[in-house]
Design a protein around this ligand. Structure first.
Ligand SMILES: [Fe+2]
Length: 269
């Protein structure tokens, strides 16, 4: 595959997404949210690739994964009117069907196709499989980090402004309750990512996003979290509660400590 193949896919993507616009402002706003998310994930993954010293071929591969990782979102919204996988269908699965239906990866080798489809299939699962080879896991982790970094950017802004139009799409139906569920708090106290299935309130969703620091993989990703101040900014929108404060402090210290240790070594893959 070459950069030209990727450019062809980018054109296909724009054309495909244009087909989901309806001229109904509320609906088109939501479609644009996902379109812009994809474009930013492409930029973020490129930034990560460069910081990790990947080759041009490896960067094209990673950008392809980013471009197609949420391709199922548009059809998901068209059919179900929601981005909530729990109440509709796994959007990664919808995306993989589209990739095969439109034969999008015909210019890619079997090895590249496998890497792309596996990275997409696992970009939204709780835990990565343990029986994959190092190269596959590397790309899975890279896509997950890039996706998370952009969602953190969107959600951090949203928690501050709570833009009305974005509400239903971003808050995935969770009530504006300021209490946090025990299971979600436990996950943070145990320094692990919270389970999506356990989210019951908006407060849980905020803690869920903070818990992502326990599932990031690369030093440049931690640098971005630190540089953008995501944890501090989300914390400002959380209720004042000692358990929450302690959990958020732990997450912040996790990032600081990783960066401190990594500061002594070069950024590595
Ligand atoms: Fe996704």
């Amino acid at each position: 595959m070459t950069r030209k193949d990727l450019v062809r896919l980018q054109r296909w993507f724009s054309h495909h997404v244009a087909g989901y616009h309806t001229n109904e402002p509320g609906y088109d706003f939501v479609i644009r949210l996902k379109e812009q998310h994809t474009k930013r994930v492409c930029r973020i993954i490129k930034m990560l690739c460069r910081k990790l010293d990947l080759t041009e071929q490896e960067i094209i591969l990673a950008e392809t994964m980013a471009l197609l990782h949420d391709i199922g979102r548009f059809k998901q919204y068209e059919i179900y009117g929601t981005f909530n996988d729990r109440s509709s269908q796994n959007h990664a699965t919808i995306g993989l069907h589209l990739i095969s239906e439109y034969n999008l990866l015909s210019a890619y080798t079997i090895d590249e196709k496998n890497l792309i489809t596996k990275a997409i299939a696992f970009h939204n699962v709780g835990k990565l499989p343990e029986d994959e080879d190092g190269k596959t896991l590397f790309y899975m982790r890279l896509l997950r980090d890039a996706d998370k970094l952009d969602i953190l950017e969107i959600m951090t802004d949203y928690y501050r402004s709570r833009e009305k139009q974005a509400k239903a799409a971003l808050q995935i139906g969770l009530p504006d309750d300021s209490t946090c569920s025990t299971k979600v708090l436990n996950a943070l106290q145990e320094h692990r990512i919270a389970e999506f299935e356990d989210l019951e309130t908006l407060c849980d969703l905020k803690l869920f996003h903070i818990s992502w620091v326990y599932d990031l993989n690369f030093i440049p990703s931690f640098q971005t979290v630190q540089h953008k101040g995501y944890i501090d900014r989300i914390e400002k929108t959380l209720p004042f509660d000692q358990k929450i404060i302690d959990s958020v402090n732990d997450a912040r210290n996790h990032v600081i400590e990783l960066l401190r240790v990594s500061g002594k070594a070069p950024i590595s893959r």
